[in-house]
Design a protein around this ligand. Structure first.
Ligand SMILES: [Zn+2]
Length: 136
């Protein structure tokens, strides 16, 4: 299965997670383009004033296990609950305050995603003999 096919296959799962996380009014799209940073598993981008988001995944996202994939996606989706706050604070905060806010927000998003993620369904496991995780 190609990366493009995996991304397409992931879309309904992300929609389901978003609905379960009370994000039914958000449009969430996962795009094929990978994140630029090697230090991030994923990134989510929004447009100020619109409930429209795009998720970019790391290069090896589909090589990760289902629990890690769920954790990554849950984290990115939780960010959407803070999108309006982020948009409000961005022009107000100075550079050092923004850095501190970004760090504190990441910690909070991680904790919330950890708490709720365990209650969310796992993504489907791909039957791919080359991945060495064949189901019986
Ligand atoms: Zn984050």
């Amino acid at each position: 299965m190609t990366r493009s096919q995996r991304v397409v296959r992931l879309a309904p799962y992300i929609r389901d997670l978003a609905d379960r996380l009370c994000l039914k009014d958000w449009r969430v799209e996962v795009i094929e383009e990978t994140v630029n940073s090697k230090h991030h598993n994923a990134e989510i981008g929004t447009i100020c004033g619109y409930k429209d988001a795009r998720i970019q995944l790391c290069e090896d996202f589909f090589a990760k296990g289902p629990a890690k994939q769920r954790s990554i996606l849950c984290h990115e989706l939780v960010h959407l609950h803070l999108a309006q706050l982020d948009d409000f604070l961005r022009p107000i905060l100075g550079a050092s305050q923004q850095t501190t806010y970004d760090l504190l927000r990441e910690m909070a998003v991680d904790e919330i995603a950890h708490a709720v993620g365990a209650h969310l369904p796992m993504p489907a496991v791909e039957d791919d003999p080359s991945a060495g995780k064949r189901r019986r």
